[in-house]
Design a protein around this ligand. Structure first.
Ligand code: OGA
Ligand code: MN
Length: 316
């Protein structure tokens, strides 16, 4: 029997939970070579169960291999910003270091963009069809003694479940306005959105309650703090007050997992059910470089009334 070109087998992979709220670590898997279908199905199930997978030691993962692995999950999302990308507009250089390797000052716009990520968010909520998942490779991570620089994740299935009945009833029919430009408004030193960005991602609304058909109709909270704070149907003040309450719910430690990066971790997370945020660190002192790819969503998501609206007939 030939020993050539056998698909990789799966028997040595270990997938283990890292936290009660979310997250699992995958060891013994080299993502730089194509995966067989059985292994991939294991990963798909694991992502559905744990919402976040950390693949350790992906030192050999080239840009091409990361793109190929990302494409196993679905179509790549194209970033709306022409100027933040490295070699393609599907590969996002999440870094305080330029593509040429220069350590950028904390006030360089490319660094300031990273600060927008320090607020709770889910990637591309400002799109009509938000992303499914993101994958980030830790190329240069902070040394052990450094403070901050972690990425924190919060489980919105658990956060929704733990809301009071009154709060659940209040948010049931509500939508939040998401807009890409909001991040720029947080940091007025950033240039205004370009006509290209404005056209690529106009403001959109999403239900605050997301229904998950792939989980038997289970509900989660869906909101962000980096893409707006207005709630449709409420005064600005009332909406912002509600928004602050939701943000403090997301921050409750029992829903959260703080990921301290090791070199060449590839972390994949499910944007449909998690929020995340970058923890502050000393940008002038430390270099921090990640390569991110994103799996696009397939359909606009469902809120409590979406199906009803589909089947409703209007008269007159
Ligand atoms: C992102 C992001 C988090 C981090 O790139 O979308 O949220 O820790 N990054 O840099
Ligand atoms: Mn993000």
């Amino acid at each position: 029997m030939s020993t050539m070109a056998q698909p990789r087998v799966n028997q040595d992979i270990e997938i283990s939970r890292v936290n009660d709220a979310l997250g699992a670590e995958v060891v013994g898997l080299d993502l730089s070579v194509p995966l067989d279908d059985a292994t991939f199905e294991n990963l798909r199930e694991a992502l559905q169960t744990y919402h976040l997978l950390c693949f350790r030691d992906q030192r050999e993962l080239s840009e091409e291999a990361q793109v190929a692995f990302t494409e196993r999950w679905g179509e790549l999302e194209v970033f709306p910003e022409a100027d933040k990308t490295k070699t393609a507009n599907t590969i996002y250089n999440v870094a305080n270091v330029s593509a040429d390797g220069e350590h950028l000052g904390p006030n360089d716009h490319r660094s300031v963009y990273q600060k927008v990520n320090a607020r709770w968010h889910t990637d591309s909520s400002y799109r009509y069809i938000p992303s499914f998942a993101s994958l980030m490779l830790g190329i240069e991570v902070l040394p052990d003694e450094a403070k901050g620089g972690e990425t924190e994740f919060s489980n919105m299935l658990l956060a929704y479940d733990a809301l009071s009945d009154e709060m659940k009833a209040l948010i049931e029919p509500l939508h939040m306005v998401h807009y890409y430009e909001f991040g720029r408004r947080l940091f007025p030193e950033l240039p205004p959105v370009s006509p290209f960005e404005r056209e690529a991602v106009p403001p959109t609304c999403h239900p605050l309650v997301r229904i998950h058909p792939d989980r038997g109709g289970r509900r989660s909270l869906y909101f962000t703090t980096n893409a707006g704070n207005e709630v449709s149907g409420m005064s600005l003040e009332e909406g912002q007050k509600l928004h602050r309450k939701l943000a403090s719910q997301a921050s409750r430690p029992e829903f959260c997992y703080l990921h301290r990066w090791r070199p060449f971790d590839l972390v994949m997370w499910d944007n449909r059910v998690l929020l995340h945020r970058a923890k502050h660190y000393d940008m002038a002192r430390y270099r921090r470089v990640f390569r991110r790819t994103t799996v696009a969503g397939e359909v606009p998501f469902i809120g409590p009334f979406s199906r009803t609206a589909d089947s409703a007939t209007s008269e007159g």
